[in-house]
Design a protein around this ligand. Structure first.
Ligand code: ZN
Length: 459
């Protein structure tokens, strides 16, 4: 049985969905004012693997990930660039979808956007006002009254009185309590605005996730995910809003993906060690980046370096090399033990490093059997591919991956040189054969002579 670490209870718990056989999952998505960085990539990949794994275990999964397409940063950036907000957000939504595809993530089942969910957001704010959990401040903004929600702090473990003691009191604020947060922002001149019972304005960030998750998945659902940095205040505030507005428990399992660290420091814009996914994709295939992200447990900090990418590249090459040249086959009975080992690793709070170790062991076994028992090796190859696919890897043809896409020589040129080398070898002209081999090696092409002929790959 799958166990997941639940941030709400701070322990691993057996996963039991609310409705037998069905899983409803909501993940906080991107604020689309810039390109995805490695932290976004990690959240995308982790929850893609969770959705794929639940599906593999036979659950029917509904995966919703929102898009925050209106907020202060978006408004500022659009103004800086002198473009309409929609033009800016459409550009970064398109880029995000490209990045996600390059990482081998399946699209979520639903991708609600804040600007298309205004009626649901307004309805939830109105419900909170009606129930006495929200109020209109003197400045026209609508605030959530934190002191009214008795469970505030249950997710983050933070106590309201301690938070209040540490809060900065800003004189200009119209809040009754420094912990209160904004639900609806009244528009300033020139800002984008939607009509509401409280005048033209736009939603606060926290309320959009409460409203969109409820609209897509109902008031009470199974899994809510996101990056660890969202636990407080964003997710704490979502709980306060949703449970107060609907009167139901909100989410059963809170799942948080850890930080990305670059050279032992947390990756952040202010530290200037911020890595955009696009920059990495110019140097490494998305599948390599994906394997690199899955090599750490999702809750641990991910220690990122070029070395970790090179390590992932070497690992993926090992897996594809085991699959290369195997005849087509169906999975067989001998795959069962490997499937069980894989499942045991994944059932333990999505243990992808251990699950990958199973795949590397399996690749070794395939290599050992390749000549001795090719049929068995081929059936195990089918198991390796199937289990890799659960993690979203090994989805390409091994030849395609191993030959790569970037090199000075085209495939035709490489094959022509290999043919020349074969002719030379036939003539026993070893000097020419070696020269061609060296020439290819200089271009990063590695040859491997097998009984079936010469295979090549880009190193
Ligand atoms: Zn959210």
């Amino acid at each position: 049985m799958l166990k997941l670490y639940n941030s709400l209870t701070r322990r691993k718990e057996p996963f039991k969905p609310l409705q037998a056989g069905k899983v409803r999952m909501y993940v906080c998505g991107m604020t689309v004012y810039d390109y995805c960085h490695l932290g976004h990539a990690r959240v995308m990949v982790v929850f893609d693997v969770l959705a794929r794994y639940l599906h593999w275990k036979g659950f029917e999964v509904t995966y919703v990930r929102n898009i925050t397409d209106i907020d202060d940063k978006i408004i500022r950036r659009a103004a800086e660039e002198g473009v309409p907000i929609e033009a800016l957000t459409e550009r970064f939504i398109r880029a995000m979808h490209e990045d996600e595809k390059a990482l081998g993530c399946l699209p979520p089942d639903q991708e609600p956007r804040a600007t298309r969910s205004i009626p649901q957001i307004i309805a939830m704010i109105q419900a909170l006002i009606d129930k006495g959990y929200a109020y209109v401040g003197e400045n026209g903004d609508v605030y959530y009254a934190v002191s009214r929600f008795k469970d505030y702090g249950k997710l983050s473990g933070k106590k309201p009185e301690e938070l209040r003691a540490g809060a900065r009191v800003e004189v200009s604020e119209a809040k009754r309590d420094p912990l209160d947060f904004v639900l609806w922002k009244r528009a300033k001149p020139g800002e984008p605005a939607w009509d509401s019972p409280w005048g033209p304005g736009r939603p606060g960030w926290h309320i959009e996730c409460s409203a969109m998750s409820t609209a897509c998945l109902g008031a009470h659902f199974d899994i809510h995910g996101g990056g660890a940095d969202l636990q407080f205040p964003h997710h704490e505030n979502e709980i306060a809003q949703s449970e107060a507005a609907t009167g139901h428990p909100f989410v059963n399992y809170w799942v948080h993906a850890g930080f990305v660290r670059v050279n032992q420091e947390k990756m952040s814009k202010s530290l200037g060690n911020f890595i955009r996914l696009r920059e990495l994709l110019q140097k490494y295939p998305g599948e390599v980046i994906r394997l690199c992200l899955l090599s750490s447990h999702y809750r641990s900090p991910l220690e990122f370096s070029e070395d970790s990418l090179r390590h992932a590249q070497a690992g993926l090459t090992r897996l594809y090399t085991a699959l290369r040249g195997l005849p087509e086959a169906e999975e067989g009975e001998e795959g069962r033990i490997w499937r069980q080992r894989f499942e045991a690793a994944m059932d333990d709070d999505l243990g992808t490093p251990e699950a990958l170790a199973v795949l590397f062991d399996l690749a070794k076994e395939i290599n050992r059997l390749r000549d001795r028992d090719p049929d068995r090796a081929a059936r195990l190859g089918a198991t390796l591919k199937a289990l890799g696919n659960v993690l979203g890897i090994l989805t390409q043809d091994p030849e395609t991956f191993l030959k790569g896409e970037t090199a000075d020589l085209s495939d035709e040129e490489i094959e022509r040189l290999i043919e020349q080398r074969n002719q030379a070898r036939k003539r026993r002209d070893w000097a020419s054969a070696d020269r061609i081999r060296d020439q290819l090696r200089e271009k990063g092409i590695v040859l491997e002579d097998t009984p079936q002929g010469t295979l090549w790959r880009r190193a």
